[in-house]
Design a protein around this ligand. Structure first.
Ligand code: UDP
Length: 387
């Protein structure tokens, strides 16, 4: 029996957390063959070498691609997109996939979809139709228009894809596959969450289990390039003023992440924050534990909007990056203004945990996507607007 070859390119933890349950499901289906390509931040020590999480999960990697230019500015991000397309042309030619399974809205995903479309490979896109800020908003909808099959996470997103002229029969509303993984973890107790941090701590000082803690992730908004250094300083000021111990991650690889890192270093050199703990990356299981037990999650990570609601964790969403994304009652919004952020933190800490909400699905998206990939009948690679 010839197996249908599904090519996946994961370029960071941000897409791997969503691909993960689909990859396990593909592995279980006899009619599907997984072709896994790993690229981007996964392969860089500075971003936590998250390729180890993929290896720990036991997936065989067909190819590793180094395609990111040093610099994290608009020029290098654009050139990196180009290099990714160049590399993928050879990879696709060699692996000859039947389907390219593209995740989300990052520049690497646009490169993957572009290379696959130009090489007449059928494209299935996960998490299309959502609304956010930053360049992701444009990239996501562009990928939708390059794709033949769609796996949105919510009804609203599915409707939006239909209104974008995609064939309704090819749109499968399956929920968010990251939720499958989150719900499969044993979240454990607060003290277990603190224990899981120990392997990542290289200094003697540790967060105190008896005190509340903030979990902070703030990534650059590429369309606001030039102002992100000031933005991170506003946030650090609010954290410092709050006096609450904080677990914070360095930003993702995007234009502007260098600026954020410089902003953090400059701020802390002048105004050290005694109870701030900085990390590069946690495995998704450790991150989920922290998210589940944090007293407030703050910043602009998609995890705050899509995932924290599964634990009822209070979230302060800051700035424009997640603007327009469907959210639950646990999320409060603040502009990037230090006084308002501080007010928001206080409000959320006073409120405490929220009711859990299941906005992005109930945890079976990976299986549903793999089943559809195994059985769908292909039209020709030629697409047509449907209206
Ligand atoms: N995540 C993770 N380890 C971490 C931080 C995040 O596994 O140390 C997961 C998180 O649960 C989410 C995904 O990575 O599913 C994306 O989060 P991130 O804030 O990195 O990126 P975004 O989606 O906002 O671009």
């Amino acid at each position: 029996m010839t197996r249908r070859k599904v090519m996946v390119m994961t370029a960071s933890r941000a897409d791997y957390s969503r691909y993960r349950s689909i990859l396990f499901a593909i592995r279980k289906i006899a009619g599907l063959e997984l072709q896994l390509v790993v690229a981007g931040a996964h392969l860089l020590e500075r971003f936590g070498n998250s390729v180890r999480d993929i290896e720990d999960d036991g997936f065989e990697i067909q190819e590793k691609i180094f395609q990111n230019l040093e610099g994290e500015n608009l020029v290098t991000m654009t050139k990196s997109t180009g290099y990714t397309i160049v590399e993928l042309a050879s990879t696709i030619d060699r692996l000859k996939p039947d389907i390219a399974l593209v995740m989300g809205d990052r520049f690497e995903a646009l490169a993957f979809a572009t290379a696959a479309a130009l090489m007449n490979v059928q494209i299935a896109h996960v998490q299309g139709g959502e609304i956010t800020g930053t360049i992701d908003e444009s990239l996501r909808h562009a990928i939708t228009k390059l794709s033949h099959f769609h796996f949105p996470s919510t009804t609203e997103s599915a409707d939006r894809i239909t209104r974008m002229g995609e064939k309704p029969d090819n749109i499968y509303n399956v929920g968010c596959p990251a939720v499958d993984t989150l719900l499969s973890f044993d979240i454990g107790t607060r003290s277990e969450a603190f224990d899981s941090l120990i392997p990542f701590i290289k200094i003697l000082k540790r967060p105190k289990i008896e005190e509340p803690f903030l979990l902070v992730l703030f990534h650059p908004v590429t369309t606001e390039y030039g102002s992100v250094q000031d933005q991170i300083k506003q946030i650090l000021y609010s954290i410092s003023e709050s006096g609450i111990q904080t677990i914070m991650l360095w930003p993702n690889l995007d234009a502007g992440s260098d600026e954020i890192s410089i902003g953090i270093r400059h701020y802390l050199a002048k105004n050290p924050i005694d109870n701030l703990f900085m990390f590069k990356h946690f495995s998704m299981q450790v991150f989920a534990k922290l998210m589940a037990h944090a007293d407030c999650m703050i910043g602009n990570s998609s995890a705050g909007i899509r995932e924290a609601c599964y634990f009822g964790t209070p979230v302060l969403d800051i700035g424009s990056r997640q603007q327009g994304r469907e959210r639950s009652a646990n999320v409060l919004w603040s502009p990037v203004v230090k006084e308002t952020i501080l007010e928001g933190i206080t409000k959320q800490l006073n409120h405490g945990r929220y009711e859990k909400e299941y906005l992005y699905g109930t945890g079976n998206a990976g299986n549903r996507i793999a089943e559809v990939l195994a059985k769908i009948e292909f039209d020709t690679a030629q697409k047509q607007i449907f209206y």
